[in-house]
Design a protein around this ligand. Structure first.
Ligand SMILES: *[C@@H]1O[C@H](CO)[C@@H](O)[C@H](O)[C@H]1NC(C)=O
Ligand SMILES: *[C@@H]1O[C@H](CO)[C@@H](O)[C@H](O)[C@H]1NC(C)=O
Ligand SMILES: *[C@@H]1O[C@H](CO)[C@@H](O)[C@H](O)[C@H]1NC(C)=O
Length: 310
């Protein structure tokens, strides 16, 4: 698995924040502080060498490693980080007010579980101008994520942008205030997805806006899947406790790679509420695609191809 990350500017401002290479919930991992490698967070000095050295040292470690970026603005030029990245490439965990700009992440389509950017337990993260070609989610969003703003994204191949999987645990903080605007998905498995385990949980997803999105031969352009239960283990016969509400889909057009472009499969015990569906035009083989709805309440208006099932 070869991946390349090209960054023109990565601006990070947070107090307690770790950007991880490789994702692990395990004990503290070896940490590589870019400042110790000579990076200067003054927004002017070229920190490319320092980031490169920190990255190489982290990659040389056989175990999951942390690249620590202290508060500051770092200028990186025409950088290629070659990482044999396991699981996620860039993890933003427990951060406030992080800006990730103009990042290019490339991994082979066949590489399993190589999320591009994973965000969780973070508030005020902005992701702008990124190109993400991965074997798993382009961007995945975990619990306790608030006020996330994503714009000008190119995604594919890969699994798309996913809120979730959420709700594996009973006790979870929610996801609130997520905007994805101006995005192109090409040949990806999903476009915009919300995915939750079919298990009891007190978590939620609310106030999400997906707008101005073009789909190019995407298998599931718009999908909510609240019945995630891999290998039928740990959840047979259960339903998702995650409450999904105030989700807006606005101005989304292009082509689906399957007949069903819109799939809303919400939890029987916690139906999706306040879903807004407006100005959608998704076709399959030059014909209107189809949509399906389960356990969902909402409104639709404007151009509606496929016809709304709300
Ligand atoms: C979500 O956005 C609303 C409206 O801007 C704001 O009032 C609320 O505090 C935000 N939620 C969080 C958890 O920050
Ligand atoms: C899709 O929308 C974009 C901008 O929102 C527009 O430029 C483009 O022409 C639209 N394409 C189709 C096939 O409707
Ligand atoms: C939807 O997009 C197709 C393909 O670009 C176009 O031919 C059709 O007129 C559009 N339908 C509406 C209702 O805008």
């Amino acid at each position: 698995m070869i991946s390349i990350l090209e960054t023109t500017l990565l601006a990070i401002s947070c107090i307690l924040c770790s950007v991880l290479l490789g994702f692990s919930n395990a004990a503290p991992t070896p940490t590589y502080n870019v400042v110790k490698f000579g990076a200067k967070g003054d927004g002017k000095s070229d920190s490319t060498e320092a980031f490169m050295k920190a990255w190489q040292s982290a990659c040389a470690n056989p175990n999951p490693a942390t690249i620590y970026v202290p508060k500051g603005r770092y200028l990186l030029r025409n950088t290629n980080f070659r990482v044999n990245s396991q699981v996620s490439h860039l993890v933003i965990n427990t951060c406030n007010n992080v800006v990730v700009k103009n990042v290019r992440l490339i991994a082979p389509e066949q590489s399993p579980n190589t999320d591009g950017i994973h965000v969780e337990r973070s508030t005020g993260v902005t992701i702008n101008g990124c190109t993400l070609q991965t074997g798993d989610d382009c961007i995945s969003i975990g619990d306790a994520t608030y006020n996330l703003f994503i714009s000008n994204i190119k995604c594919g191949p890969g699994h798309g942008v996913s809120i979730g999987s959420l709700g594996k645990n009973v006790e979870e903080k929610g996801v609130e205030n997520v905007t994805l605007t101006n995005a192109i998905f090409s040949g990806s498995d999903n476009g915009v997805r919300i995915k939750t385990w079919a298990r009891p949980s007190n978590g939620f997803v609310r106030n999400v806006l997906f707008q101005n999105i073009v789909m190019d031969k995407v298998k599931n352009p718009i999908i909510i899947d609240q019945n995630y239960c891999p290998n039928n283990q740990g959840c047979p016969g259960q339903t998702s406790g995650i409450k999904i509400s105030q989700i807006t889909y606005l101005n989304i057009n292009g082509t689906s790679a399957t007949p069903e472009a819109v799939t809303f499969d919400c939890s029987p015990s916690n139906p999706c509420r306040g879903i807004r569906f407006q100005d959608i035009n998704l076709t399959y083989m030059n014909m209107a695609a189809t949509s399906s709805c389960k356990n969902i309440e909402g409104t639709s208006s404007g151009t509606l191809v496929p016809e709304s099932c709300l």
